[in-house]
Design a protein around this ligand. Structure first.
Ligand SMILES: [Zn+2]
Length: 273
């Protein structure tokens, strides 16, 4: 009997994704560090608060709508609700409009479908997730750091590995030495202004260089990971695992009894022939 195990693109064994909330002005600096190092981010924005300039705190000063498309180019823009309420405390119609109108406004700025989000304050429940699904949201991140490297069980309740205030370098070492079989995943989240508050931009630069120069890491946005993992879950195999069919639009990589194999979109492949 063969065994198939997922790899990330080009056979990489680890993936890093990052997620940053609220669209504060410090995103400019964070994007520039990440672009230099080759890291990818998903930027969760409140369309009703874009351009807000009401105070001195990081979250009170936000990137304006005219800058969104250019600043986050090469990354992913995702939803974070229009006004940042805790959605579990809102009636159905408010949850619906906070999400669908955030999508509508952000999509008008970036020109592509906005399919993911981060939950404001991290709060979520079954009722809210059912509404997200009706709004066309396919993944939503909470704030429960799991300190593990697993794939989400439920993409609409996606727990990250850690916040950037965690002991990042120790966790990264654990990640690198983990022998977890199915493509291990490191999911980092936070807010850019916290680096201003904590005066520790240098630590994140160091981390970005470490992760960015690692050839065995796939740098992906949240949506790219959703797309890859959900396509992998749809891979069809024969009973004896001697052939696979990839009905998705994504090239998939896996190991069959140790051998690295890829199967293109729409392709049927005999394994070991
Ligand atoms: Zn937020």
């Amino acid at each position: 009997m063969k065994s198939l195990s997922l790899c990330w693109p080009n056979g990489k064994t680890g993936a890093l994704t990052t997620s940053w909330d609220d669209g504060g002005m410090a995103d400019r600096q964070l994007v520039s560090i990440m672009n230099f190092a080759g890291l990818k981010g998903t930027w969760n924005l409140n369309s009703g608060l874009l351009g807000m300039d009401q105070g001195s705190l990081g979250w009170e000063r936000r990137i304006g709508p005219e800058e969104i498309s250019r600043l986050y180019s090469g990354h992913e823009v995702a939803a974070h609700s229009v006004n940042h309420p805790s959605l579990v405390n809102m009636p159905d119609h408010v949850v619906f409009s906070e999400v669908i109108e955030d999508r509508r406004k952000l999509e008008s700025l970036v020109g592509y479908p906005v399919k993911g989000m981060a939950m404001p304050f991290g709060t979520t429940d079954q009722r809210v997730r059912a509404i997200l699904e009706k709004c066309g949201i396919v993944y939503a991140r909470n704030v429960e750091s799991r300190a593990d490297f697993k794939h989400p069980v439920d993409f609409l309740n996606w727990s990250p590995t850690c916040h950037h205030k965690a002991d990042l370098f120790t966790l990264w070492e654990q990640f690198k030495s983990s022998t977890q079989n199915e493509g291990k995943l490191f999911y980092l989240w936070g807010h850019s202004w916290e680096f201003d508050d904590d005066r520790n931009w240098d630590q994140f630069e160091k981390f970005s260089t470490l992760a960015g120069t690692d050839d065995d890491i796939w740098h992906a946005t949240n949506y790219q990971l959703y797309e890859y993992i959900s396509s992998w879950q749809r891979l069809i195999t024969t009973v004896d695992l001697s052939a696979v069919s990839n009905p998705s639009s994504v090239k998939l990589w896996f190991r069959a009894d140790g051998e690295l194999i890829s199967v293109g979109p729409g392709q049927i492949l005999q394994i070991g022939s």
